[in-house]
Design a protein around this ligand. Structure first.
Ligand SMILES: *[C@@H]1O[C@H](CO)[C@@H](O)[C@H](O)[C@H]1NC(C)=O
Ligand SMILES: *[C@@H]1O[C@H](CO)[C@@H](O)[C@H](O)[C@H]1NC(C)=O
Ligand SMILES: *[C@@H]1O[C@H](CO)[C@@H](O)[C@H](O)[C@H]1NC(C)=O
Length: 407
């Protein structure tokens, strides 16, 4: 009841009433911890909901309603989603005549034979949508349902061009790469955090997923794939985000597919100096890494590699102490990988370190991936048609990790 009352107030006044406790935003970084507005620790335990591929609509809606999917995330005990988007969606809004309607988006990505079939299934499952609904409105709807069910939304700019991520030759790898127009990237970030300011539960954004060497362009790669270029662009984008939406946390990702942030933690080295005093909003800065050491045979070596890549930011000895999240890790769910060294290690290590995380990936299949429609995702928590979890035993195990993380 209280929740409904709270949502009604939001609708009526367009602001979060002080009577509405959750989400106790804005969140702030305090040393290595994230605190809510009451000063309590907040740790994320969540899942990646992909929306940055060709259609540029969050996945799964041809198989299930937003309400059902969010309820199922909630049933895992999770408190956050990492919702990915492509800059191309905002380019369309700004440069190409406005936000694209769902039917046109499906037709363009899947063709005029399959596009309408999938589009109609999306409408059947999500009758709140209609012929006039646009892509960004789907983001609004997901955020609204998450608000209702008290799930934080973390936005992530995953790609510039909407397609499967990531390779070093996909043209989205680095600032200035074929599709990675820096000005459009900044504009897209600004647009989404401004839009998200009305949601009530947008608590943070990741500026760019998995920066990597632009190997399709040898000149760009040798001249600019380095930390000074990273610093210039990431700091400039962070300032734009903070000016547009001063409430949200801003996640800095690192190089080499976001597997290293060591000069940022050290505060110096590799040609950069990263000082808290360079920011008027240093209490909004959070670090994020990814880890896919799936063939690891030793948990202690995984731990050392995480420490040296950036987790040492959590220690009192770090020059720069910041909160750290593992915003991507994951494994195949069609077998017993959840019991292997890699998954077991993260299951125990992340909660022990009080490190938040979002697992890859909330999916059973994608609208389209790398040219294949209805692409089966065995790394997805769902079965192909998003009707049940792919691996019940692995889900029980994941729930324990969520509980340990939020304990
Ligand atoms: C945050 O959690 C840590 C570890 O449990 C604890 O030491 C610290 O006091 C907590 N901070 C707050 C503000 O509750
Ligand atoms: C490589 O990138 C630079 C900088 O963005 C660009 O000017 C140049 O045209 C690119 N070269 C090729 C071959 O794409
Ligand atoms: C969904 O997939 C499962 C197995 O993956 C199958 O048993 C079930 O019949 C499918 N349901 C629908 C509605 O297609």
């Amino acid at each position: 009841m209280q929740l409904k009352f709270c949502s009604l107030l939001v609708v009526a006044f367009g602001v979060i009433s002080s009577h509405c406790a959750w989400p106790d935003a804005p969140l702030v970084a305090s040393g290595r911890w994230i605190h809510n507005s009451k000063g309590a620790n907040v740790t994320y335990a969540g899942v990646n909901w992909p929306g940055a591929a060709d259609v540029m609509i969050p996945e799964g809606l041809q198989y299930a309603s937003i309400e059902k999917i969010v309820s199922e995330i909630k049933s895992l005990g999770m408190n956050a989603i990492r919702l990915t988007f492509a800059i191309e969606m905002i380019d369309d809004i700004k440069d190409n005549g406005g936000d694209v309607r769902l039917s046109a988006a499906f037709n363009k990505a899947l063709g005029t034979t399959n596009g309408p079939v999938v589009y109609n299934k999306v409408l059947q499952n999500n009758p709140q949508f209609s012929a006039s609904t646009t892509r960004v409105q789907v983001y609004d709807a997901i955020a609204a349902e998450c608000f209702k069910q008290q799930i934080y939304v973390h936005l992530d700019n995953h790609m510039s061009k909407g397609e499967w991520c990531c390779s070093t030759t996909d043209g989205n790898a680095w600032f200035g790469d074929t599709y990675f127009d820096v000005a459009k990237w900044k504009r897209g970030l600004e647009f989404m955090v401004t839009r998200g300011a009305t949601w009530g539960n947008l608590v943070s954004i990741g500026m760019r997923n998995e920066l990597r060497a632009p190997e399709d362009n040898a000149t760009l790669n040798s001249n600019s794939y380095n930390w000074p270029t990273w610093y210039t662009n990431m700091v400039a984008a962070a300032k734009i985000i903070n000016a547009a939406n001063p409430d949200i946390l801003i996640f800095f990702s690192g190089l080499n597919f976001d597997t290293t942030l060591s000069p940022v933690v050290a505060g110096t080295g590799s040609g950069i100096t990263f000082k808290k005093s360079d920011f008027t909003f240093s209490n909004k800065i959070v670090l994020e890494l990814h880890n896919y050491q799936n063939s690891a045979t030793s948990c202690s070596s995984m731990q050392s590699s995480l420490q040296s890549s950036g987790f040492s930011t959590l220690t009192a000895a770090a020059a720069n102490q910041y909160p750290m999240l593992l915003t991507e890790w994951g494994h195949d769910w069609s077998n017993s990988d959840y019991l292997g060294v890699y998954a077991s290690c993260l299951h125990s290590y992340l909660p022990a370190q009080h490190v938040g995380w979002t697992i890859w990936v909330l999916a059973g299949s994608y609208y389209i991936r790398s040219g294949t429609q209805d692409y089966e995702e065995t790394w997805g928590l769902y079965n192909h048609n998003w009707t049940a979890w792919r691996n019940a035993a692995a889900i029980d195990n994941l729930k324990l990790m969520v509980q340990a993380t939020l304990a």
